[in-house]
Design a protein around this ligand. Structure first.
Ligand code: GLP
Length: 252
């Protein structure tokens, strides 16, 4: 792939010029989702710049989520934003599998903690009741999509902390081992800016927009069984709602 020559007399930094040329190729569809972008070596040799300048250009595209890196393989164009279907109660594994994407989870912690007032109220349990808390970075392939912190009363899943592989599907384990099947969920979505720590985990620039989800999942009887706080990358997700309008007679 050839990129237009760089303007060496311009005040615009070379890495930025390369970034803009690659961006143009992505916008115009010359480079499509899933396709590799030129490597550091290719850019350096092809455009006559240093490896460091080429690296900086590639990194800047990764930082905004337009491309992602696969270790040992190279840098690829990200898929368009994933649509978060908030009309169905899906697990992350189900959501990704439906899109043909490989799920990876980086476990941050998996432990038993006492319920705070906020969580106890949401789950309708006494304050201090033991909760299993699982914090993970959820990835599609090698690309981090969000950070999830799930809480389930330990009473409902007594030996989960000892027996569950926390990088596997939580919903599958809850169903198969304890018969807990999520049926409905209340979810609140807010926008926020990634903190330095979140940005590091999600491989985005600090202050990038993110979605904050607070979910309370319930079983068929309406009993709440899971409280989840998640931070998802806003450059990788969009949210679609379906609205219905009551018939005119019911509106008046
Ligand atoms: C989704 C939900 C979370 C839930 C998770 C379970 O991401 N928002 O509330 O904890 O799925 O995913 P998995 O079964 O893949 O572990």
């Amino acid at each position: 792939m050839s990129l237009p020559a760089l303007d060496r007399h311009s005040v615009v930094p070379l890495y930025y010029q390369i970034q803009q040329r690659l961006l143009e190729q992505i916008r115009s569809g010359t480079l499509k989702a899933g396709e590799p972008v030129p490597s550091e070596q290719e850019l350096a040799a092809g455009l006559g710049v240093s490896r460091m300048t080429a690296r900086q250009a590639l990194k800047s595209l990764c930082d905004v989520g337009l491309t992602y890196r696969e270790r040992g393989k190279g840098t690829f164009v990200s898929a368009n934003k994933l649509e978060k279907n908030i009309r169905q109660v899906l697990s992350f594994t189900e959501e990704m599998s439906a899109r043909g994407m490989r799920v990876n989870s980086k476990v941050l912690s998996f432990e038993t903690i006492p319920a705070t007032e906020e969580i106890a109220a949401a789950l309708r349990i006494p304050v201090q009741e033991p909760l299993v808390r699982l914090r993970r970075i959820r990835c599609a392939g090698a690309s981090p999509m969000g950070i999830e912190s799930s809480h389930v009363p330990e009473r409902l899943c007594p030996d989960l902390v000892r027996t569950f592989d926390p990088s596997a599907s939580l919903y599958q384990a809850l169903y198969e081992r304890y018969g807990i099947q999520m049926a409905v969920a209340d979810e609140v979505v807010e926008s926020a800016l990634a903190s330095a720590q979140e940005a590091r985990m999600l491989k985005i620039a600090r202050g990038s927009p993110v979605f904050l989800f607070t979910r309370v999942s319930c079983v068929q009887s309406g009993q709440p069984v899971e409280y989840v706080k998640s931070t998802y990358r806003a450059d990788r997700y969009k949210i679609r709602n379906r609205l219905t309008r009551l018939s005119r007679e019911l509106l008046t």
